[in-house]
Structure formats: structure tokens, C-alpha cells
Design a protein around this ligand. Structure first.
Ligand SMILES: [Zn+2]
Length: 312
């Protein structure tokens, strides 16, 4: 299962973050990213290009609401951070709205996004809800989630008003699916980035390690686990919402600070999600297509973890 990677620049391990924009204020963005930059991290910040035109599902800031925010994001990108997409806004978008959002992203930042994470609320998500699993595993997933994740994802359904799979395939390279508890994301999902022939509108999938709120993040990244990440020479891609408790009452959470300062001392390779996945892809000897048995095993591993932790 495990693969030992020889990381660039003689680094011992890799660590990065994909930060979804949920509940994130501009003030929190500036505080978190100023700190990460000073520590030497270069990570991926998910953005929403479109201002909501219907009831938003979340209060996080969108690009369409603040020219000052867009300007700041451009500077963040120039400093080496990646800007990724978290759907085009926090409510469900029609095909025309998603295509317009991709165009707006390009006008703002000079290129299309290379990485995407689905926002839980958006029904134009790619292969989300029950579509994350296949065959028998989908039946188990629907049982575990009491059928609540059926009929919530149409981005990949050609002819549907929410379809944009063709643009996703043409523009976006990496999409996140499974989130695990293991600090070493690569140990939990050694095949990433992989292409799933059953989900053809996504070029490559990647997995993450769960750290969506500051409490989950702190519980996950203990000193012992960081030591293990280094020993294993692994890669950690954290799934994070920096808007959920990392910055409160005018200051950064002290435990988050301590974790990042500890990590920064460990000589890891701290690049954003896309260059990290590009590197992993370049290390593959053969094609990145997921075999049926590997898909079944990966989905089963994710489902078992959900059952054990009661997070379904
Ligand atoms: Zn979200």
C-alpha cells in the first residue's frame, strides 16, 4: 500500500491545505494567510467568484462582493499561493452561471482554476452525494446516510440545467473526493491523483485529511502524528475551513499557531495542492486510471471510517 516518495529539494515530507471559503471573512483571510506566508507555507485557497444572486447557503465572502478582496487574492497568488474553485458561489448555479463564474475567475486571476472542491450545498457539484460511491458501496452509503445524499449532484449529468462536466474536464485538473482521518493522506489514498473511468468529467481526483474546523484540525495534527508524517515521508493535504474558528475575536487560535510553527520547523515541502499533485502524477510509472478493485477498496475504506466515527 505505502509508497516511499523522494520529495523535491531533499524534503522529508509534504504538507499542504485546501481551504474552502465557507464562513470566512476578509479579516480572517488576511490574518490566516499573513501568518501562513510568514511561516513559509504556500497552500491553496478556495474562492467563490460569483456574488450570490439567490439566497446564499453561507456567509463567506465572494469575489463578486469586494474588489478589494479580489485585489488581495491576486497578491496572494503572486506570493505563491494557489487559488482554487469551490463551485462558483455558495448557492446552486445553472450551467450558464457556472460557465460565467469560470470566465470571471479567469478575468480576475489570469487563468482558469486548476483545482476544485465541491461545496456541500451546490447541486451542480461533480459526482457528489451518493455519486461518490459505486455499486454495492453506493447502497451502503445510502443506507448509512438514510438516503439523504440522493439527488443532490448534477454537474456531471449531460442535459441537466446544472451540467458543466464538459467545462470541468476542459478547464480543471484536480477535484477532491474522499476525506480521511489519517494525517498521511497518501497512506489513506496511495493512488492519488487518480482518474476514475466511471467519472469521466473529472480529470484526476485527490483525497484529503479532515480538519474542517479548528477543533478537528487541532485533534488531528498532534505532535505524535506530525512525527509519524515525517517518519513515513508522507503527504498531507488538509481539508480546512479557515472560517470555522481559526480566527476569532481579532486573533488566530493559539493551538493552530503552535501546530503550524511546529510543522514549519520540520523541513517539509510546502507547496499548494496542484504542484504537489503534479509531482505525484509525475512519479507514476503507469496510467493513473483507477481499476475496479481499487475503486471498490477505496470507497470501502472511506465508508468503514465513516461508520466507525459516526460522521456519516
Ligand atoms: Zn463549502
Amino acid at each position: 500500500m505505502e509508497q516511499r516518495i523522494s520529495w523535491p529539494e531533499g524534503r522529508a515530507f509534504a504538507f499542504t491545505i485546501f481551504d474552502d471559503p465557507d464562513s470566512q471573512t476578509f479579516e480572517a483571510s488576511k490574518a490566516v494567510y499573513g501568518f501562513l506566508k510568514d511561516c513559509g507555507f504556500r497552500t491553496t485557497k478556495g474562492v467563490w467568484p460569483n456574488r450570490p444572486t439567490r439566497t446564499p447557503s453561507d456567509c463567506g465572502l465572494t469575489c463578486g462582493e469586494s474588489a478589494e478582496y479580489v485585489d488581495w487574492l491576486g497578491k496572494l497568488q503572486a506570493a505563491g499561493f494557489e487559488l482554487g474553485l469551490h463551485n462558483v458561489t455558495s448557492h446552486t448555479s445553472l450551467r450558464e452561471e457556472t460557465l460565467a463564474g469560470l470566465g470571471q475567475f479567469e478575468r480576475y486571476f489570469g487563468h482558469f482554476p486548476q483545482s476544485l472542491t465541491n461545496h456541500y450545498f451546490c447541486q451542480e457539484s461533480m459526482y457528489w452525494g451518493e455519486r461518490r460511491c459505486t455499486g454495492f458501496n453506493r447502497m451502503v452509503y445510502n443506507g448509512v446516510t438514510l438516503g439523504r445524499k440522493r439527488g443532490i449532484s448534477y454537474g456531471h449529468e449531460k442535459g441537466h440545467a446544472y451540467f458543466w462536466g464538459d467545462a470541468c474536464k476542459e478547464r480543471i485538473k484536480y477535484v477532491r473526493n474522499f476525506v480521511f482521518r489519517d494525517v498521511n493522506t497518501l497512506r489513506a489514498c496511495p493512488l492519488m491523483p487518480y482518474h476514475d473511468p466511471l467519472r469521466p468529467y473529472v480529470n484526476y481526483w485527490f483525497a484529503s485529511t479532515g480538519g474542517n474546523s479548528v477543533e478537528v484540525y487541532v485533534r488531528c495534527l498532534t505532535e505524535e502524528r506530525l512525527d509519524r508524517l515525517v517518519e513515513e515521508g508522507g503527504a498531507c493535504i488538509m481539508y480546512v475551513h479557515f472560517g470555522h474558528g481559526f480566527y476569532d475575536a481579532g486573533k488566530l487560535d493559539s493551538r493552530f499557531r503552535a501546530i503550524m510553527e511546529s510543522l514549519a520547523r520540520r523541513k517539509g515541502w510546502f507547496v499548494p495542492v496542484t504542484p504537489l499533485l503534479d509531482f505525484l502524477l509525475s512519479q507514476k510509472a503507469g496510467p493513473a486510471d483507477l481499476a475496479n478493485k481499487d475503486r471498490a477498496a477505496l470507497e470501502r475504506r472511506w465508508l468503514l471510517q465513516k461508520l466507525r466515527s459516526g460522521t456519516a
